[in-house]
Design a protein around this ligand. Structure first.
Ligand code: GCW
Length: 722
């Protein structure tokens, strides 16, 4: 009896152990969970019964493996996959060149305009029979089509509206890792870097393959594996070999490797006395270096450069311009088809000008001066990945230059890997913003995808939130931001709602009640964070250095790294006057925007204190005073998190306990910290407003001095001192 009981217990433990292992988040949105619903099982079984993969090269194997993984997971048995066509085929994945049933004019016509990455899912007839196909011009397209199909099947959908044809709207869809060679990750909150440089090139962590699969499944086709605060060592022969090993793993998945180029590398590695981009020896050094890289990595993507920013070396050290620097590197990679992404995140404490204006001032004069294969990589806003920023004024201001937006997936200023903040609404807010440059309808999305100016090169970058944590992103919902970013780079017209829906189905299952509840939590989460951190256009009031938690009192050090520089709270009011009477940053926008935003009455309230310094008793649209509104917003942020937590509790029992518990614990921290933000900020600002807290809010508790004394020397992701 006793023995049987023990056996039963251990079986349960074993099973729940297996189950929890299975739902530890490692598999991301590629869980391929068993499909319970009989009709859908049968439907998937029909499609994955006998799959023919007729494409050239290593991608064929990647596709075959994925199909097998998917069918094993969803149906319990791996699909049979073959390279040769047979009339038993239930699904044919291929390119016309390598698959005879696709090698006909009808199919070629279907594939016209789909380029090298687009795909077609529909029927092809061959010898009087119709076959479901995923067809593409090139292997990469077939790969993306396969992932599209598997996504639909996993999400419980049936392919009703065929054919499906998709082409990515952005050509270079990149992740930027801020990973250092010592495996720390700048602004990384999910453990250490997944790149095990020490053991590369021989030891290939299986994670590298799963990383490539995950990226390919959402359409990401390039990865910058090193930090923009760069170390020249990665360009040395020993490291190039390591990078080449990664590139070999990624290649079948259509994922190219890029590196950050430290501008002073010719000195540090090459022993030259200068890195002046106009000196022939320097140019020759880069050109040789690039040839060396391409010899090891024939499909190397190119360089990402942070120059003359936050202490990084750059062409200005030699009196040269950003264009001189970028073009030198562009010339080196051009013969190999490589690109250069040159960051516009430049500002200096030496310059008196409003930090928000500096990048524009620096770059606009060089519009049209950059080589064809240069992208100027522009953060979504002019300060730095704040919870909310108006779109960067450079979008629209450089019509002769290819601009690539840089989003930050890692939540440096949004609660890091502790807070649940679904960021698609933030990405969309920027992409959908109308720049009015040169006319209404010139959205950021249309500028960067090239459609506005008929440019055929386009790029998008997202700063990765990936680390060695078992679930990749620390917070289980951090995965949704990686997912949404990739999908938006593929098609920026997708909505936040759609993407949340897709991700939830793939991540938690297809239960409709679950979908509603979790989607609602996700969709309110970003606005909640804005409200409990920086409502009404406030910005850059976080803790110093680690950027975690509130710090509106930060007033020491470089002025542009303080908080008081940005909120300018005093007894008269609060906010940064960026109208003509202040820094005049508004003049960098189109006249339509300048006019509308210059008047506090017509300026969208979410940007009010970004552009205006207003008295505490200024009357808001609600009729309340600015002070009251600010208090209510902070309080609303907290209340929303409380509601998010309550809603999350409703999903208990409908998803695995492991992810449920983990998320609940994090939501508890988030609720406490939302209060912390609200209390600390309101107590701080009250010193200046001198006004009471409105009665309808939960009264801020605690002692301001104590909040100010809190310090976090070991907060993760801190920027190393260079
Ligand atoms: O967001 C800020 C970060 C720095 C970062 C910098 C940048 C990589 O605080 O850690 O450095 O921006 O984007 O270059």
């Amino acid at each position: 009896m006793k023995a049987r009981k023990i056996l039963a217990i251990s079986l349960v433990t074993l099973l729940s152990g297996l189950n929890s292992y299975a739902e530890d988040g490692y598999r991301l949105w590629l869980r391929y969970a068993p499909v319970q619903e009989p009709a859908h099982r049968e439907y998937i079984g029909g499609i994955l019964d006998h799959v023919v993969v007729g494409i050239p090269g290593s991608t064929a194997e990647a596709i075959g493996e994925e199909i097998k993984k998917a069918s094993l997971g969803m149906l319990g048995a791996p699909a049979s996959c073959a390279g040769e066509f047979s009339d038993r085929a239930s699904l044919v994945i291929g390119t016309p060149g390598a698959c005879k049933i696709l090698d006909n004019d009808v199919m070629k016509e279907q594939l016209e305009g789909l380029g090298s990455e687009g795909f077609f899912i529909g029927y092809a007839s061959y010898e009087g029979k119709e076959y479901l196909t995923v067809a593409a011009n090139e292997p990469a397209g077939a790969l993306y089509g396969t992932f599209h199909l598997l996504r639909e099947l996993q999400a419980g959908s049936v392919l009703t509206a065929l054919p499906v044809k998709e082409v990515p709207r952005i050509q270079y869809r990149l992740l930027n890792h801020w990973d250092n060679l010592d495996r720390t990750v700048e602004r990384g909150y999910a453990g250490f870097s997944i790149w095990d440089w020490h053991k590369l090139p021989v030891y290939i962590n299986p994670r590298y393959v799963d990383y490539a699969r995950a990226n390919a499944s959402i359409g990401i086709n390039g990865t910058v594996v090193t930090n923009v605060n760069a170390n020249a060592l990665v360009l040395s022969p020993r490291y190039i070999e390591k990078v080449a090993a990664l590139a070999d793993v990624f290649r079948p998945y259509g994922l190219k490797v890029y590196l950050t180029a430290r501008f002073s590398a010719p000195i540090e590695l090459g022993g030259l006395s200068t890195a002046d981009p106009l000196v022939p020896e320097v140019r020759a050094w880069w050109s040789d270096k690039v040839n060396e890289i391409y010899a090891a990595i024939p499909d190397f993507g190119g360089f990402l450069v942070k120059a003359n920013s936050e202490g990084q070396p750059g062409p200005q050290n030699y009196g040269r311009s950003h264009a001189d620097g970028a073009n030198m590197l562009a010339e080196a990679v051009a013969p190999h088809g490589g690109i250069v992404m040159w960051r516009a995140f430049v500002y200096s404490a030496e310059i008196e000008e409003d930090r928000a204006k500096q990048a524009y001032n620096e770059f606009v004069p060089y519009d049209g001066k950059f080589h064809e294969n240069v992208f100027i990589q522009v953060k979504n806003g002019a300060i730095d990945f704040q919870p909310r920023e108006p779109f960067h004024p450079l979008f629209g201001a450089m019509p002769e230059t290819a601009l690539a937006p840089e989003f930050q997936i890692t939540q440096e200023y949004l609660g890091q890997a502790t807070h649940l903040v679904y960021m698609a609404p933030l990405f969309k807010e920027c992409l959908d913003a109308d720049t009015y440059m040169p006319h209404e309808g010139a959205t950021v999305a249309r500028i960067i995808d090239g459609s506005l100016n008929g440019r055929d090169r386009s790029a998008m970058a997202g700063v990765s939130n990936i680390g060695t944590d078992r679930n990749w992103t620390g917070h289980p919902f951090g995965q949704s931001n990686w997912y949404a970013y990739g999908r938006l780079a593929w098609d920026h017209r997708l909505t936040s709602e759609q993407l949340a829906g897709e991700w939830i189905r793939l991540t938690f299952g297809t239960d409709p009640a679950l979908l509603e509840t979790i989607r609602e939590i996700m969709l309110v989460s970003r606005e909640a964070a804005v409200n409990y951190m920086t409502p009404l256009g406030l910005h850059h009031i976080m803790g110093v250095n680690h950027h975690y938690g509130p710090g509106p009192w930060v007033n020491r050090g470089r002025p542009d790294w303080t908080s008081v520089y940005y909120h300018k709270a005093d007894s008269l009011g609060i906010g940064f006057d960026r109208t003509a009477s202040g820094s005049d940053a508004l003049s960098q926008y189109a006249p339509e925007i300048e006019e509308k935003y210059s008047d506090p009455e017509t300026c969208p309230e979410e940007y009010l204190l970004w552009f205006h310094h207003l008295p505490w008793d200024y009357t808001m649209k609600s009729g309340r005073s600015l002070w009251e509104e600010l208090c209510l917003k902070y309080d609303d942020g907290v209340k929303t998190v409380t509601r998010m937590k309550a809603s999350w509790k409703q999903v208990e029992g409908r998803i695995d306990q492991e992810r449920f518990d983990r998320t609940l614990m994090l939501l508890r921290i988030q609720e406490t910290e939302a209060r912390w933000w609200r209390n600390a900020c309101l107590l701080y600002f009250q010193q200046y407003s001198g006004m009471p807290f409105p009665v309808e809010i939960e009264q801020p508790e605690g002692d301001l001095e104590e909040y100010m004394r809190l310090n976090f020397p070991y907060a993760p992701g801190i920027r190393p001192r260079w």
